[in-house]
Design a protein around this ligand. Structure first.
Ligand code: ZN
Length: 85
C-alpha cells in the first residue's frame, strides 16, 4: 500500500484542525495527549502515524508505520488514549 487516500479535515473541540485519512474518519475519536489522532473500533483503540495517518505495526523489534515502514514513536504500538478535555 503506497497510495495515500484523500485526507479529511476534522475540527476538534478546541477548534484546531487535524487531517486524517478517509478510511479512518468513521473510527476517529480524538487526539492523544501526544498529538496523535486516535481511532477506536469496538474494543480496539489505536493511534495514527503523523507521517501517513496509518496504524502502527511491529517489525523486527521496532514499531513502524504500516504505510511507509518508517520507525515511529513506540507508544503508537501500545495503548493510546484520547487526551482528557
Ligand atoms: Zn508513514
Amino acid at each position: 500500500m503506497t497510495t495515500m487516500e484523500a485526507k479529511f479535515r476534522m475540527i476538534l473541540r478546541d477548534r484546531s484542525a487535524v487531517y486524517i485519512p478517509g478510511y479512518a474518519v468513521d473510527t476517529f475519536v480524538g487526539m492523544s495527549s501526544e498529538g496523535y489522532a486516535v481511532c477506536k473500533e469496538g474494543r480496539m483503540q489505536w493511534g495514527l502515524t503523523n507521517c501517513c495517518g496509518a496504524s502502527a505495526k511491529g517489525s523486527m523489534g521496532a514499531i513502524v508505520c504500516r504505510n511507509c515502514c518508517e520507525e515511529i514513536d513506540p507508544m503508537l504500538g501500545g495503548d493510546i488514549d484520547v487526551a482528557a478535555g
